[in-house]
Design a protein around this ligand. Structure first.
Ligand code: 5GP
Ligand code: MG
Length: 175
């Protein structure tokens, strides 16, 4: 079993400040026309971040990727769905995920979006765990860098729980 850290790792206020900085940086550096969010964990981040791009032409869609099942360890098997629905021919995509860990998810998703005809794919994550990278993949826009540890809240779950909490917390093993 797991318990939450005593204090949030990032408060709702700190997260909003970071989302604003990221939004401004992306708007300055990348002219994209399509947002692709990675369900389920990024749904809160996408909804906050996208409001920093007030351009009526930007389309928003989602794909689903999962490798964790109900645990805090990746199974290593990536399941991707909703890909068939996307029309990305010639699009400049901003791919948004909650957290970059081993890098396997985003590396694979970038390849899949390019196979669907995307002209360019740049990625943005709210969090990254630098020490955990297993493949050579760098996100283009990164919010917070954190140490190893499993985090929840602000869309991120553990076995489906904690997603609606406004702050980000670390989960610690109880034994
Ligand atoms: P990667 O493929 O980079 O190892 O893992 C990326 C995915 O694993 C993320 O999209 C996220 O769903 C999940 N993940 C990785 N680390 C954490 C974490 O600390 N907390 C939660 N809730 N999910 C994580
Ligand atoms: Mg995910």
């Amino acid at each position: 079993m797991y318990k939450m850290s005593l204090m949030p790792l990032f408060t709702a206020e700190a997260i909003q400040e970071m989302v604003q900085l990221l939004g401004e940086k992306i708007a300055r550096n990348y002219k994209f026309d399509t947002i692709v969010g990675v369900l389920t964990g990024s749904f809160v981040f996408v909804s906050d971040l996208c409001r920093h791009f007030p351009n009526k032409d930007i389309k928003v869609s989602f794909i689903r990727a999962s490798s964790y099942g109900d645990s805090t360890e990746s199974s290593g098997q990536l399941k991707v769905s909703l890909l068939d629905e996307l029309d990305l021919k010639g699009k400049k995509v901003l791919l948004i995920d909650d957290i970059l860990d081993t890098g396997r998810t985003l590396q694979k998703l970038v390849d899949l979006l390019k196979e669907k005809g995307a002209d360019e794919v740049r990625s943005c994550v709210l969090l990254e765990k630098r020490a955990r990278r297993e493949v050579d993949y760098k996100a283009d826009f990164v919010g917070f860098s954190i140490e190893d540890g499993f985090v929840v809240g602000y869309g991120l779950d553990c076995a489906g729980e904690y997603r609606t909490m406004p702050d980000i917390w670390t989960l610690e093993s109880e034994n």
